[in-house]
Structures are given as structure tokens and as C-alpha cells.
Design a protein around this ligand. Structure first.
Ligand code: ADP
Ligand code: MG
Length: 395
């Protein structure tokens, strides 16, 4: 569906020259992500295991000496004309909308004391927008990489420097865009490595690469954007978070991460029926992330698939955040012979993933498409992915 990285780089470079009137200093990019396992665990000080996608957002940039930030996105529906704001005036809602992710990054780096002045930035992306694949962090982090490059901040040079960009991107989303974000997306966009997943521990903030060479194993990871979005999502997310916080306080722990699987029956007995099921999901999901990491190290992909299936059942039945479209992708992928499949992301729409032999990708994709057509749903978008690297300079 999307063109090659080289095509994207050319496209954004050419568009920059047309819009700004001279070539960019460079082009930088950052990836979207998909979470393999560990859902609704981030706000419970838990574990997750995302990979970076080959889909990236590309930022062509150059400095300007009048203190203005001018940003243009080539994404469909955004008009393709520049949004302009003085960097000194960036604040919540100024600029509003999508440009807030870009301006927020400039603002956050200036807040952290970096000497960042005016910029021209032009953006293009192959990350599906709003599909739960983190187009927002791909955007803010590609811009962070570009700002660092243009103003020689050297923030891509090593892990600690990249973590400065991670924190800036989180602040950009929280403080300027006004979107709550746990930090998974920004961490992957900046710290991911090719052919690896990243084990993220939200209690210790540890980031650990886990080898995942799908190609060598003859496997593929199919991502399926259902293009469904159920209006429930925001309210239900806040409600799940509140339930987890209440349950932790009833159990007298700082977070649900402190509830050990061995103690689960005793803990659940102290909670009302709904809270007990929510807590059971979180505690068992953390255990499944650990089991998945061990299975990947052993290259036991059959076990990985079983863990995907268990995770999906837990999210559907105990956490109640799935929806008919996500359940259908999982059912059709498994019927087509996938080792495992599950919803990924917050739920109520967005994307699902399936782990399967490379030779089964086409059959699984058409089974899913046929099912969606029969149900009268919007056509889904399915694509096979391999784990890509974090932000870097392309040109
Ligand atoms: P997700 O991150 O899962 O794709 P979000 O709702 O967090 O969904 O972020 C989507 C928003 O990010 C879009 O509505 C838009 O404001 C912004 N965005 C993402 N990619 C681009 C892009 N290429 N150009 C302009 N805005 C973008
Ligand atoms: Mg996002």
C-alpha cells in the first residue's frame, strides 16, 4: 500500500523545496508501533512488549532566523498549507490541532533549556493515522529528531540523549496537545531496534531489547487496521483506569503491579465482581508478557501464539475492551492457521495482530476481508510487518 522509504524521503524533500523555496537541511524519520502483548498494563506500572513498524513519519527541516515555526503536513485532508507560529508564543492550543504535536516538541525542548529557534518543517507519513499504531508519536519524534539535527543538539547520538527526546515528546502531548499518554509510543519511536521487540517496564522504566527475527523463522506478523472506532473508547478508558486505581487502594498496594499471580485468588476475593475481573486481566497480562519474552528468547513461537490468544480472551471477557470487528480478525486469522492473534492497543476498534507462517499471509488477509464484507463493515487494511528501528536521519 505505501511507497518505499526512499520514495517518501524524495517526496518530502521535493515538497519542502516547492513550499519553502530552498532545499531542506535534512530529512529525519520516526516509526509507528504495534504492541505484541501487554495491554492496559502501562497505567498499572506493568509490562508491555511493542515493536516499531516499518511505517514512518518523515520530517524535512531547515532553520529560519525570524523565530517563526512553519509546518506543513502532506497528509490527506490537512490542506497542505503551512501553519505558522512564533516559537516564543507556543502554548496549549496555540497552535491547536495536529500542528500542536510539532510545536509542542519545539516548546518542550526550549523548556528543557535547548537553544531552538525558528524552523521550516514539511511532513509526510506512511503510518495510518488514528489506527492505534501511534502516528502521533511518529510525528512528534520525527520532529524531535529534525530539531535536534537542525540545531546540532546531538540528541540521537546515544540512549540517554534519545531519552531526552522521549521526555520532550511526552511533554509535548501532555502539555501542548492535551492528550494523556503513558510513554510507550515515544519510547518505541526513539529507542526501537531492527529485528527486536522492546520490553518496557513501567515500574522501573527499564527498556530491554528482545530479539525477534521473524524472517529467519519463516514467520510474519500481520497487522490489521479494522478502521472501526467506537465512540465508547475515551470514557471507557478513563473508567478502566479509575477501577484499577480503586482496586489497588482496596488491596492496599501502590499499583496492581504489586499483586503477585500466586496471591491472586485471595486478592480477587476482596473485590466486587467487576473489579475482580479487571484486576485478573492486569495481573495475568503482566505474567503473559514475561512468558512471551521467555518464549521469544527460546524461539518458541507456538507458545507466543498461545499467549496472544489468552491475552485476547482476557481483554475480551475480563477487561471488556474488544469489539465485534477485533474479535472477527482474531477468529478469521486463527481459522486460517495463525499461531495466535489478538487485539492490540486500547480496544473498541483500532488494530489486531496475528502471528503466522509467511505463506499464510494472503489467505488470512482475504479471509478477514471476506468476513468484513459479509458483515457490512468498512474494508479493513491488513499488512505484514517486521520490527524496524527508532528515529534516524534519512538524508
Ligand atoms: P494514533 O497515534 O494511534 O495514530 P492519535 O489520535 O494519538 O492516534 O494521533 C492521531 C493524530 O496525530 C491526528 O489526528 C493528527 O492530529 C496527528 N497526526 C499524526 N500523523 C500526522 C501527520 N502525518 N500529519 C499531521 N498530523 C498527524
Ligand atoms: Mg497516538
Amino acid at each position: 500500500m505505501s511507497s518505499s522509504p526512499q520514495d517518501q524521503v524524495r517526496r518530502v524533500e521535493t515538497a519542502f523545496s516547492r513550499i519553502v523555496g530552498h532545499p531542506p537541511t535534512g530529512v529525519w524519520s520516526a516509526p509507528g508501533r504495534v504492541n505484541l502483548i501487554g495491554e492496559h498494563t502501562d497505567y498499572n506500572a506493568g509490562l508491555c512488549l511493542p515493536i516499531a513498524l516499518p511505517h514512518r513519519t518523515y520530517a524535512a527541516a531547515a532553520g529560519r532566523d525570524d523565530g517563526l515555526l512553519s509546518v506543513t503536513s502532506l497528509a490527506e485532508g490537512l490542506g497542505g498549507s503551512p501553519t505558522v507560529v512564533p516559537v516564543a508564543d507556543i502554548s496549549p492550543e496555540n497552535p491547536g490541532g495536529w500542528a500542536g504535536y510539532v510545536a509542542g516538541m519545539v516548546w518542550a525542548l526550549r523548556e528543557q533549556g535547548y537553544a531552538v529557534g525558528g524552523l521550516d518543517i514539511v511532513l509526510t507519513s506512511s503510518v495510518p493515522i488514528g489506527a492505534g499504531l501511534s502516528s502521533s508519536a511518529a510525528l512528534s519524534c520525527s520532529v524531535g529528531a529534525a530539531v535536534s539535527g537542525v540545531y546540532s543538539l546531538d540528541l540521537l547520538d546515544h540512549e540517554e540523549a534519545r531519552k531526552v527526546l522521549v521526555r520532550a515528546a511526552i511533554r509535548a502531548e501532555n502539555d501542548i496537545v492535551g492528550a494523556p499518554t503513558g510513554g510507550m509510543d515515544q519510547t518505541v519511536a526513539l529507542l526501537a531496534q531492527e529485528r527486536h521487540a522492546l520490553r518496557l517496564d513501567f515500574r522501573s522504566d527499564e527498556v530491554t531489547p528482545v530479539p525477534l527475527d521473524l524472517e529467519a523463522a519463516g514467520l510474519a506478523l500481520l497487522v490489521c487496521d479494522t478502521r472501526a472506532s467506537h465512540v465508547l473508547a475515551d470514557g471507557q478508558y478513563a473508567e478502566r483506569r479509575a477501577t484499577c486505581e480503586r482496586a489497588a487502594s482496596v488491596l492496599g498496594v501502590s499499583s496492581l503491579r504489586e499483586v503477585l499471580p500466586d496471591e491472586l485468588p485471595g486478592s480477587l476475593a476482596r473485590l466486587d465482581e467487576v473489579s475482580a475481573r479487571r484486576v485478573r486481566h492486569v495481573v495475568t497480562e503482566n505474567a503473559r508478557v514475561e512468558a512471551c519474552v521467555e518464549a521469544l528468547v527460546r524461539e518458541d513461537f507456538g507458545e507466543v501464539g498461545e499467549l496472544f490468544v489468552e491475552s485476547h480472551a482476557s481483554l475480551r471477557d475480563d477487561y471488556e475492551v474488544s469489539c465485534p470487528e477485533l474479535d472477527a480478525v482474531v477468529a478469521e486469522a486463527l481459522a486460517a492457521g495463525a499461531l495466535g492473534a489478538r487485539m492490540t492497543g486500547g480496544g473498541f476498534g483500532g488494530s489486531a495482530i496475528a502471528l503466522l507462517l509467511r505463506g499464510l499471509v494472503d489467505a488470512a488477509t482475504s479471509a478477514i476481508e471476506v468476513r468484513f464484507e459479509r458483515e457490512g463493515w468498512r474494508a479493513p487494511e491488513c499488512f505484514a510487518v517486521t520490527p524496524a528501528g527508532g528515529a534516524y536521519r534519512d538524508l
